[in-house]
Design a protein around this ligand. Structure first.
Ligand SMILES: *Cc1c(COP(=O)(O)O)cnc(C)c1O
Length: 509
């Protein structure tokens, strides 16, 4: 083909990815119908498919090569829905109580479809005028919802890890004491080796990734002991900071946890904020799980001091029930965000006065994550969210009381919407605490958790509570009802007895 004839052929251009509006309408309606059918039958399905990786791979025909020619999208979407409906873990199921992954708000799923159709690039205002403004409004609403100052800066990121990284990097740029963005850690000379951050021993693993990725190294983390409620000991924090300063260390950041990942413990945020003000330290709060409960009635009072932090991470894909992914970083002084992230390359013709999100965070091109969060906030309103979050907490407390009253369980902790407990055969009850019984209880509960998962009727996760292997129910699920909670003790005790006899059979064999 000559160049001229190639160009001629393009005049009738038929791109293999194009879809006529009529086809889009037809295929889209069929897909939405199937999703709605699936929602209607969700509670009757298994929570987890309970299959091996081999089984899932063979359903996918994973070894099939890259298709040379294309195919009709209608069949592909049907097949994709079949595969996903048959082989997924359903966090929208009323009995999905494992980890902190919420039931997704249906309006958020539709919002994602709309956002993808617009394909706004929310890195620059010019490329996403309304989307940028919707994100800014979402940030202001989130701040208001949790009691953070309205004049703060902030942005949406992929999740809690990234939101905490943003706080960590803002702190690093603000408090290193030299121009760490330009000359790096090496530019700090001896000082660099002494940069230290402080967090409770219950802190989520994001802090290790942050210290590692941003060059400080995990030795720069001071893990502060916790008290009997698993909240940071303020005395221990003060002692460690003073000791490090005496040794020539350079404390720059204190991290408070507002709802720990294992048990929902809340650090003494008010005392920590006052201590940081006194010492000129940056105070960051990891509220990825509990932040949204800050102003919900009945929530731990310490959460109220979250508004005093220099930066806060919250996770709309947790307690705002947004479909994955959506995390949110808030920074009290908006200038600290540009102070940590802004560059202005010559190839961008963007108004420097405009709201250009690429200057406020680590990403360049950015999707329109805010839409699903914004729609959820509008559909439920502040009152609606308070009701859902308070309901989740009430169900976790209800479970705790039921377990306390049951002869085969030891209820361990309950805070926010997390309850931890373990199965204890009645005959072992009196020897709780003896090393031998503890070791056997740990093995029993670990095996029981796998049996619960394989059963597919409910999904729980685990926690280590003072060395005890605990089962952990975490309700971040507006679909969970009292009946789901009331079914658990009987269900789990039955599986506990089965697990025990399987263990005894093995020991006897
Ligand atoms: C979930 C969680 C994180 C991490 O958030 P992702 O959204 O999973 O990245 C960090 N801290 C706490 C306390 C969490 O619960």
């Amino acid at each position: 083909m000559t160049d001229a004839s190639k160009l001629e052929a393009l005049r009738e251009r038929e791109a293999p990815l194009e879809m006529t509006p009529e086809r889009f309408r037809e295929i889209g309606r069929a897909l939405v119908d199937r999703i709605a059918d699936r929602m209607a039958s969700l509670a009757q399905q298994r929570v987890l498919p309970g299959e091996s990786p081999e089984q899932v791979r063979s359903a996918l025909e994973a070894r099939r090569g890259l298709p040379e020619a294309g195919a009709e999208p209608e069949g592909l979407l049907r097949e994709a829905a079949d595969l996903l409906f048959a082989h997924s873990a359903f966090n929208g199921h009323p009995r999905f109580l494992g980890y902190i992954t919420s039931s997704p708000a249906p309006v958020g799923a539709l919002g994602d479809l709309l956002a993808a159709s617009i394909n706004a690039n929310v890195g620059a205002w010019k490329l996403a005028p309304m989307a940028s403004e919707i994100e800014a409004q979402t940030i202001r609403w989130i701040a208001e919802f949790i009691g953070y100052p309205a004049g703060c800066g902030g942005l949406l990121v992929s999740g809690g890890n990234m939101a905490n990284f943003v706080g960590f990097l803002a702190a690093r740029a603000a408090r290193a004491g030299w121009d760490i963005r330009r000359s790096g850690l090496a530019g700090g000379g001896k000082e660099a080796r002494r940069l230290l951050c402080y967090c409770s021993a219950e802190t989520h693993t994001w802090v290790q990734k942050a210290a590692d990725l941003f060059g400080l190294g995990t030795d720069s983390i001071r893990w502060i002991e916790v008290d009997s409620r698993r909240a940071m000991s303020l005395d221990a924090l003060r002692r460690q900071v003073e000791e490090d300063e005496r040794q020539g260390g350079r404390p720059f950041l204190v991290i408070g946890t507002a709802g720990s990942v294992s048990t929902g413990a809340v650090d003494p945020l008010g005392g920590m904020a006052a201590f940081c003000r006194e010492r000129g330290l940056w105070f960051h709060v990891d509220g990825a799980y509990g932040g949204f409960a800050a102003r919900v009635s009945g929530a731990p009072a310490e959460l109220g001091a979250l508004g005093e932090a220099d930066s806060v991470a919250v996770d709309p894909h947790k307690w705002l029930y947004a479909p994955l992914e959506a995390g949110c970083a808030l920074v009290r002084d908006p200038a600290r965000l540009t102070g940590a992230f802004s560059y202005r390359p010559p190839y961008y013709n963007f108004d420097t006065e405009a709201l250009n999100y690429f200057e406020l965070g680590p990403q360049n091109s950015r999707g329109f994550r805010a839409l699903k969060v914004w729609l959820g906030l509008r559909q439920a309103g502040r009152a609606g969210y308070e009701k859902m979050i308070a309901g989740d907490c009430a169900l976790a407390a209800h479970l705790f009381r039921l377990l306390e009253a049951h002869p085969e369980f030891e209820a361990l902790t309950t805070s926010l919407s997390i309850t931890t407990f373990r199965y204890v055969p009645e005959a072992w009850r009196r020897s709780i605490g003896s090393p031998d019984t503890e070791e056997r209880l740990n093995r029993l509960n670990q095996e029981l958790l796998n049996r619960i998962e394989a059963g597919g009727e409910v999904f729980l996760s685990n926690a280590l509570v003072d060395g005890r292997y605990a089962l952990r129910a975490c309700v971040v699920n507006f679909r969970t009802a009292p009946g789901d909670i009331e079914a658990l003790p009987g269900l789990i005790a039955g599986l506990g007895r089965e697990t025990l006899s399987a263990m005894e059979d093995r020991a006897g064999a």
